[in-house]
Design a protein around this ligand. Structure first.
Ligand code: AMP
Length: 424
């Protein structure tokens, strides 16, 4: 194969089972989210780079090294979206959704782009389905969002999941925590990875998220205290309420005192859902509260909470648990013209059956035996033979492949006949 017949590293073609799985995940999510009052939003796949610089955070790994950024012909810096929230909040501000009845619930699904090192469960183009609830600071909103993210996965059939719930506190709490981290980690600065040495001055909390073995070792040796111990009274009370409400909803969770999410804009509630059989890339999704985000993007103060699920990961988890995607609709009938004169009629016959009946036709003449073999290969239940006699009578000879029985049915009654079960 030459290189132009291969998809770019970290990107994948989706078809048959892989695409059907993605569609099944999105339709299950749609079912839950629309039931909860959310409407779908589709924002552009690229935005001004600044939307993500501000909305995801300058100090995050995403903005620092994972964005696909390019300059357009007008010399604007644009970026393929690495996540969905910043664009949705940009749209909320742009379209004045603040004057809609609050809160506004939106959901989306689509491709995201991150220049990460590809591995199992990590692509450069991947897909997310996500939910944003804007305009409420109530812990009810957090609990609703967490519950929806969990129930969608649960009703897809996943069992081996862990919901890890934490809080990253309010801005003031994080300032105190970052101060603590700086003081605690500075004496061991030289033992940290280069990335984390940089984070020590920009955003020490990011170090807790580090995958470097050296960093993890230093953190362990120093017995670093978790963020949860630094919550102020406001964030603490909010966290207690979220836990109580989630308990009432029967959503199983465990408190993760050290949870730090990859995005800068999170405040208070933060959670991740992991799958036990996925290895290194085990996060199926995550979310959090982001009360300061709208203002960061130049909009009115708007509290919000949301999440995103990684669809490829969810499909890997479903596969690991042996849950298969719903089967493709099977072919009902394969229509074969027996001679040149019946070619166009074969197409017309198939077209008259669409979309209720799944029908394919042969684009060149077939002998009956070959037509039956082809129909079988395609998984069709019936083959429709269209010869001179049938054409004259305006009919189709339909053969039940399994039983071998056949019947001639007027063309204008074939659909009805097939829909009623095609009793021969
Ligand atoms: P994040 O926006 O980083 O919290 O990501 C939310 C979810 O998207 C993660 O839990 C993953 O399931 C998925 N995800 C993030 N990055 C990737 C990637 N590069 N490839 C595949 N899935 C990803």
């Amino acid at each position: 194969m030459t290189h132009v017949t291969k998809a770019v590293k970290g990107t994948h073609d989706l078809f048959k089972e892989s695409l059907r799985c993605q569609q099944a995940v999105v339709s299950r999510a749609r079912e839950w989210l629309e039931a909860a009052g959310a409407s779908e939003i589709a924002t552009p796949v690229f935005e001004l780079t600044e939307v993500f610089e501000r909305g995801v955070g300058e100090s995050t790994d995403i903005v620092q090294k994972e964005m696909f950024t390019f300059t357009d012909r007008g010399n604007r810096s644009l970026t393929l979206r690495p996540e969905g929230t910043a664009g949705v909040v940009r749209a909320y501000i742009e379209h004045g959704m603040k004057v809609w009845p609050q809160p506004v619930r939106l959901w989306y699904a689509g491709p995201m782009f991150r220049a990460e090192r590809p591995q199992k469960g990590r692509q450069r183009q991947f897909h997310q389905v996500g939910f944003e609830l804007l305009g409420s600071a109530s812990p009810l909103a957090d609990a609703e969002a967490v519950a929806l993210s969990y129930r969608i996965l649960e009703t897809l059939g996943l069992r081996d999941m862990k919901l890890k719930l934490g809080s990253v506190g309010d801005a003031e709490d994080r300032r105190r925590y970052n101060q603590y981290l700086r003081e605690a980690l500075s004496p061991r600065q030289d033992d940290l990875s280069p990335d984390s040495q940089r984070r020590l001055s920009t955003n020490p909390m990011r170090i807790l998220d580090s995958k470097s073995e050296d960093d993890r070792q230093v953190l362990k040796e120093l017995g670093i205290r978790p963020m949860l111990e630094f919550l102020g009274p406001g964030a603490r009370e909010h966290f207690e309420a979220v836990k109580r409400i989630l308990g009432g909803l029967g959503v199983p969770f465990e408190v993760d005192p050290a949870i730090v999410r990859g995005l800068d804009y999170y405040a208070r509630t933060s959670w991740e859902i992991h799958h036990e059989q996925l290895g290194a890339q085990s996060a199926l999704g995550g979310g959090g509260r982001y009360d300061g985000l709208a203002e960061l993007l130049g909009g009115p103060p708007t509290p919000g909470v949301g999440w995103a699920l990684g669809i490829e990961r969810v499909c890997l988890a479903l596969e690991a648990e042996g849950v298969s995607p719903p089967p493709e609709r099977t072919l009902d009938i394969y229509i074969a013209p027996l001679g040149e004169e019946q070619l166009e009629l074969a197409l017309a016959a198939a077209a008259s059956l669409w979309p209720e009946v799944r029908a394919e036709y042969a684009l060149s003449p077939r002998k009956p035996g070959k037509a039956i073999r082809e129909a079988e290969k395609r998984g069709a239940r019936f083959v429709g033979l269209l010869g001179e006699e049938e054409a004259r009578a305006g009919a189709l000879t339909i053969k039940d492949i399994a039983s071998g029985r056949q019947q001639t049915v007027p063309l204008n009654r074939v659909r009805e006949w097939l829909e009623s079960g095609g009793e021969l």
